[in-house]
Design a protein. Sequence first.
Length: 359
Amino acid sequence: MVQAALKLVLEPIFEADFLPCSYGFRPKRRAQDAIAEIHYFATPTRSYEWVFEGDIEACFDRIDHVALMARIRRRISDKRILLLIKAFLTAGILSEEGIDRRTITGAAQCGVSSPLLASIALSVLDEHFTAKWEALGPYWTRDKHKRNGGAVFRMIRYSDDFVIMVYGTRKDAELLKDEVSSVLSQVGLRLSESKTKICHIEEGFDFLGWHIVRRRQRGRNGKMAIYTYPSKKSLLSIMAKVRSITRREKHRTLADLLKTLNPVLRGWCNYFYHGVSSKTFNYLDYFSWWRVVVWLRKRHHGLNWGTLHRRYLPGWEIADGKVEMFQPQRVSIIRYRYRGSKIPTPWTSKFDSSVVPVA
């Protein structure tokens, strides 16, 4: 409760400084905005073709407390607030075995204020790459820089997941590894060598549950376009949840089963309905339907198909009284528009750049 109250005080102050390239755990922003920005810069007209997929090794566990507190002191001068933040950072974690593990570094992921504190630490990346972007000036000077063979970088970050879109060559993307590592070392973090990847947009990559790839369109003179699909990993994850929910012993009635299953299917579809998801939704609908039908056959072993169909599958749609099964195949696909710098914020005026005392 105290952490939540502290977050309410700190968030408007630091939101005034956070840059538009970060989207995670911020008001009025969502993962779809990050995907839309990648889509915007990867289109053939802009041709940010190389992708640097950054993965920070144990981000929440390794943030340096000294570096983080130094960044917080730039905006907060009240010593009581600073001591409170420091107390939360070093409070420790109670493990499942009942052991109190001290936290010398990092911010506990279970903490209410931890996402905000992580964003404060990771804003070093935002500031670095935004400064490089702004140093190139307006779009016409950037275009001149591109024509002269120069590389241009655009970073999109969602919490500790980020990608850097590169207008240039693979070598330009590879040089980013040392640069990003140097910036992250300021707050005690480092890149994961095994999980950090560089790929071309036509190879495709996964980000925030989506698979993003550029390929030729069908029936449009072979023009290239960006496609965003639910990733295979995301599909396998929701299928595993459906399997778990539809195990024979978990529910007494079909209504109980549907009341548990429907929110899971609806929530997954609400996240992915902005992408190229129709075929995936159809497959998920087919898979879920059969899982429930198999559950019914096992639950009512003595019923023949005719009775089962008449009682539980009217019109081949699964229902129990007023409770009907959610059907992913009926979800409409709506394109998500890139909002860029037009995303609204609850705090419209920027705080003064000097230190802000908090009482």
